[in-house]
Design a protein around this ligand. Structure first.
Ligand code: BG6
Length: 494
């Protein structure tokens, strides 16, 4: 019986992402049965390499970033299916050479020969690469499906994202396109939906009657380092907020999906973005804070006087029946006090009946913190009576940690999950074209406001802190403060 084969083509195969993430993830999938047995991996890149040289590069990347215990028999089998083509993405001739190699594999195969193309390349090359792929016949689906995975950033604003979507759609149907956001591959991000819709406890409280504010923090300890060549043109909003933070927000704020298929889920997420109040550039400036860490201007390749923000905090409102009036605070930055990604839902205080009609309950409001990384888990803070006379209250918590429940190595790599989904044809955890465009619509006024020559410079902050002071004022205006729970247990961040 003729079977199915797959060829995975990594464009940009010698780059950082391929070496650190994609190749180890594919090896892992191969070993744990997540890839079809008939699998070829073809690397394409400008760096001149022979097939043997590519095998060496893959070996090193698997050894350095792959599974802890590497079995040589598994490696030998994997290595037989590795191939390489040296070429330029903007050269049609080079892509024709690649196509020729792919056709050659497939000529010898009697069954269905599918292909997954992974664009792990500079976004500046997306358009030309896609067009050359079309012209060289790589998009033809004669003997199997063709899918394309496109890394972020997808565009740099609404207009460029729309233009890129037009090019993509001139070559591929939407269901062949897998726009990737690796945060959606994180186990803890997927768990947000299960936590909300797999329990009866939280959903009745998940609205403006009971929720006071929601905070989403994605903080990194690392500086920009040697990535300024890319980063300085992007800044934190394009690098983190438009994609990762807004993805998290949509899962927190969405209505329950009407089914388990990819589009039911993605429809509800797009609804959230559509409901985010449209800012004028003036309102954007008032509802957001830009920061830049001290020392950024001295990083390699940062142009003198750069105003690129390495930190952003903002207040967004989701204007739905469920969320009207509830501030969603988002913040992200480099060179911060810790690497922490978390969602904190702060509930309203209860009425003060047990403390007497004229006395405020002295305790703290309840908090639910979803720790996305590290210290993966969830914490629920509630008030208890301190034993003894009178009515003194104290905050205590219930806690769940992945490590306790599932063991140390329980959380698979995000890329492994996403690559497997793309191979299986499940786009649920990938971004649809309308989602990308709506997310740009949300942040475009802010990008415009910050790019204006009259905009103030981003406020400086000391590396290793929680960012600029103005970010604290942004919350204080509404009587709130930033809360950092994960890894710290309910410490207010100064
Ligand atoms: C990437 C950004 O998308 O996400 C990087 O380009 C950032 O700047 C990285 O460091 C963070 O990912 P993670 O999985 O380490 O939180």
């Amino acid at each position: 019986m003729p079977g199915e084969a797959i060829t995975i083509v990594i464009m940009g195969a010698t780059g950082d992402l391929a070496r650190r993430k994609l190749i180890p993830a594919l090896f892992e999938l191969r070993c744990n049965g997540g890839c079809p047995l008939e699998m070829n991996l073809v690397g394409f890149s400008r760096t001149p390499l022979t097939h043997e040289g590519f095998r060496q590069l893959v070996w090193e990347s698997v050894r350095e970033f792959g599974p802890l215990a590497l079995r040589t028999d598994e490696w030998e089998d994997f290595a037989k299916h590795l191939h390489y083509v040296t070429g330029d993405l903007d050269s049609l001739e080079d892509l024709e050479l690649l196509t020729e190699l792919l056709n050659e594999f497939e000529r010898g195969f009697e069954g269905v020969a599918n292909r997954l193309y992974y664009l792990s390349i500079s976004p500046a090359l997306y358009e030309v690469t896609l067009r050359n792929m079309g012209a060289s016949g790589m998009t033809d689906e004669g003997n199997g499906w063709r899918r394309v995975v496109i890394e972020k950033p997808f565009g740099s604003d609404l207009a460029t994202a729309q233009a890129l979507n037009r090019t993509v759609h001139s070559l591929f149907r939407e269901e062949q396109v897998y726009r990737i956001d690796h945060y959606l591959g994180k186990e803890t991000v997927q768990n947000l939906m299960v936590f909300r819709f797999g329990n009866i406890l939280f959903e009745p409280l998940w609205n403006s009657h009971y929720v006071d504010n929601v905070q989403i923090t994605v903080a990194e300890e690392l500086s920009v380092g040697d990535r300024a060549g890319y980063y300085d043109a992007s800044g934190v909003v394009r690098d983190m907020v438009q994609n990762h933070l807004l993805q998290i927000l949509t899962i927190i704020a969405m209505e329950p999906p009407s089914g388990v298929d990819a589009d039911s889920l993605r429809d509800r997420k797009v609804d959230v973005l559509k409901a985010i109040r449209n800012w004028s550039p003036q309102e954007a400036a008032l509802n957001a804070v830009a920061g830049q860490y001290d020392g950024y201007l001295g990083e390699p390749d940062v142009p003198p006087g750069s105003r690129t923000p390495t930190y952003a905090a903002m207040r967004l409102f989701v204007e739905t029946w469920r969320w009207s009036g509830v501030p969603f605070y988002l913040r992200s930055g480099k060179s911060m006090a810790g690497k922490i990604s978390e969602v904190v839902v702060q509930f309203r205080r209860p009425p003060s009946v047990i403390a007497g009609p004229d006395t405020e309950i002295p305790g703290n409001p309840n908090l639910l913190a979803m720790c996305l990384q590290p210290d993966e888990g969830a914490h629920l803070r509630f008030e208890v009576k301190v034993p003894g006379q009178g009515l003194t209250m104290r905050s205590e918590h219930m806690e769940f940690q992945y490590e306790w429940a599932f063991g140390q190595q329980a959380i698979p790599d995000a890329y492994e999950r996403l690559l497997q989904d793309a191979i299986n044809g499940d786009p649920s955890l990938f971004i649809r074209s309308d989602h990308i465009e709506e997310a740009w619509r949300v942040v475009d006024p802010l990008l415009e406001a910050w790019a204006s020559p009259n905009a103030p410079r981003p406020e400086r902050y000391v590396p290793g802190t929680w960012g600029p002071q103005a970010a604290n004022r942004l919350l204080a205006e509404h009587g709130h403060h930033w809360i950092t729970v994960c890894g710290q247990r309910y410490a207010p961040s100064p």
